[in-house]
Design a protein around this ligand. Structure first.
Ligand SMILES: C[C@H](O)[C@@H](O)[C@@H](O)C(=O)CO
Ligand SMILES: [Mn+2]
Length: 595
């Protein structure tokens, strides 16, 4: 029995023997098998394994059957259940009443039997009991012998399953908080009760000196270190040295304790050690460090860096960029949501994005809003295409995953970002070729280091994500779907060189029109933090569904209302203002792990 979070499939039926039940057994099980097949063939866990469902051994015609199926599900780490039915069943006598599962019901839209009637009755039962359940009902009537899953039903089943599986993968896994507050960034002052109550995640606290202890005592795999260092020398090409020729004051020159030509050696150890702190490494046990070999059961983490580390030691940019990338010196592997400046809320934003897409999450400052007028003034050029309404400059000191180059290619040669299991050696080489590593600006990073430097050289659909904590509300989520934009080389150069030219840059244009998205400036103005995380794809609807499962309200989004899929009982809080209903339902229901 593996520990992957799974979805229990509950074929539910009218229990009347003597004709009704018998006539429905096959159809009901066919629906259940179709749903299981759809989920298992469409979705994967973060490690690339296909998502697993557990199909009940029997149809559920009453509480007796339901109890037997509940027993069957035990021990399978069932995070969610999907009940399916073509007929009338008996509401609370067959519903999943397990308090801790995320629930959905697919009621077949076929008028021969009242599948929709059961669906509605069950939803009213769930609303009365305070169990938010998702209602899935096809738009068009199907013939009873039609066992296909209509597109609209598929979309809802998969949106439900994606959110539930993402939540199941976070449950019980740690956020490893390395260091403390970074430069007064509130997100780096971790709220461990938020992680516990809303995400079911413990927070592990590790001081940054632990990295120095392990470097000093040699608590790392020395063979892997040599391998990583060689890989760095072969693949991480140095770019502009912004410090060259500068005459720095003593406060800087006397602060760098690692000689500049030893930075990469230090950084290679730092990267391996931070990964081991999060995930453990059994090779450490082989060299006598058994406790360290266990790690901290992480799924995400962050590194403070600035300033108590970076004021004298090489910064964490390489580690942060590589952790979030789909590959490293060992080849392709799952990404890790790893936050620069230990911005734990951006770490969560990265985590939500990557768990829903299995693609690299890109960490960025939301640095500058460029209006078309300002671009015209400083470059003489008029913006066109998706950039025409202005754009945001997403850039942070070198922490962005190399997948952000969008240098990977699909089967048609189109640029973009891919799941790690689809990344070829050519893709990895392309990302590395389009990245150079610039020495950290000593004025910012007295201890040195290297920053990944690239630009997102493709126009991609992306979704910006930000988890905020708002006093009196708790967590609330911001979502902005839009596109990365590619500027003319001369425009890019002028704008990029006005700021930190040694960092990774992405130009982002939000999709406008929704409330809060009247103009690109409005998006910058509403954004709740200095940071965002983004992933490839327009996943706003998936994020909204997942947030509703966690009872985290969505404060800003540009997803069209017909795509919004929240629990049926949220309608009980009003349908005229979906945002207000969302906030009130989340408040009334309370955090998902509220115990
Ligand atoms: C180097 C600077 O301190 C940057 O790290 C700083 O501007 C930020 O990224 C703030 O989020
Ligand atoms: Mn930052």
């Amino acid at each position: 029995m593996n520990s992957y979070p799974k979805i229990g499939i509950r074929p539910t039926i009218d229990g009347r023997q003597g004709g009704v039940r018998e006539s429905l057994e096959e159809k009901t099980m066919d629906m259940a098998r179709s749903a299981k097949e759809l989920i298992e063939n469409s979705l994967r866990y973060a490690d690339g394994t296909p998502v697993q469902c557990v199909l009940a051994s029997r149809t559920i015609g009453g509480r007796g059957d339901a109890g037997i199926v509940q027993e069957e599900f035990m021990g399978h780490n069932i995070i969610a259940t999907l009940s399916v039915t073509p007929s009338w069943c008996y509401g609370t006598e067959t519903m999943d009443l397990e308090p801790n599962t995320i629930k959905a019901i697919w009621g077949f839209n076929g008028t021969e039997r009242p599948g929709a009637v059961y669906l509605a009755a069950a939803m009213s039962g769930y609303a009365q009991k305070g169990y938010p359940a998702f209602k899935i009902y096809g738009h068009d009537v199907q013939d009873l012998n039609d066992n296909s899953v209509p597109e609209d039903v598929k979309n809802k089943i998969l949106t439900f399953a994606k959110g539930a599986i993402a939540i199941g993968q976070m449950k019980g896994k740690s956020y490893v908080n390395i260091g403390a507050s970074s430069m007064g960034i509130a997100g780096s002052q971790v709220d461990s009760n938020f992680f516990k109550d809303y995400l079911g995640m413990p927070v592990e606290f590790v001081d940054m000196t632990e990295i120095l202890r392990r470097i000093t005592l040699g608590i790392y795999d020395h063979e892997e270190y040599e391998k990583a260092l060689k890989w760095i020398k072969d693949n991480c090409h140095e770019g502009l040295d912004i410090n060259a020729g500068k005459d720095f004051p003593e406060v800087i020159t006397k602060s760098k304790v690692v000689p500049a030509d030893k930075d990469w050696e230090f950084i290679a150890k730092q990267a391996i050690i931070i990964r081991d702190i999060l995930f453990g490494n059994e090779r450490l046990a082989n060299i006598g460090w058994k406790e360290e070999s266990h790690g901290h059961n992480a799924i995400a983490g962050g590194f403070q860096g600035q300033r108590q580390w970076t004021d004298w030691l090489p910064n964490g940019d390489f580690t942060e960029a590589m952790m979030a990338s789909t590959f490293d010196w060992n080849g392709t592997r799952p990404v890790t949501a790893f936050a620069t400046e230990n911005d734990t809320l951006n770490g969560v934003s990265m985590l939500l994005g990557t768990l829903l897409t299995n693609k690299a999450p890109i960490f960025s400052d939301v640095r500058t809003y460029w209006s078309p007028e300002a671009v015209k003034r400083v470059t003489g050029k008029t913006l066109t295409g998706r950039a025409a309404n202005g754009f945001l400059h997403l850039i942070n000191s070198g922490a962005s995953a190399l997948d952000g180059t969008a240098a990977a290619r699909d089967d048609h040669g189109n640029r973009g970002m891919k799941e790690f299991w689809n990344m070829t050696q050519a893709d990895q080489d392309a990302c590395l070729a389009e990245t150079d590593w610039c020495r950290a600006n000593y004025e910012y990073f007295r201890g040195g280091g290297f920053s990944s430097h690239f630009k997102t050289a493709a126009e991609l659909p992306v979704t910006l994500i930000r988890m905020n904590l708002v006093r009196g509300i708790g967590p609330s989520l911001q979502i902005a779907e839009g596109y990365t934009v590619v500027l003319d080389d001369d425009v890019h150069k002028i704008l990029d060189e006005r700021t930190d030219r040694t960092w990774p840059t992405t130009w982002f244009a939000p999709n406008l029109g929704a409330k809060g998205f009247e103009t690109t400036y409005d998006v910058m103005n509403h954004w709740g933090s200095n940071h965002c995380a983004f992933v490839q794809g327009h996943i706003g609807a998936d994020l909204i569904t997942m947030a509703s499962m966690l009872r985290i309200p969505v404060a800003l989004h540009n997803v069209s209302s017909e795509k919004i899929f929240r629990p049926s009982m949220f309608d009980g809080f009003g349908t005229k203002n979906l945002e207000a209903a969302d906030f009130e339902a989340c408040e009334k229901l309370g955090p998902f792990y509220k115990n």
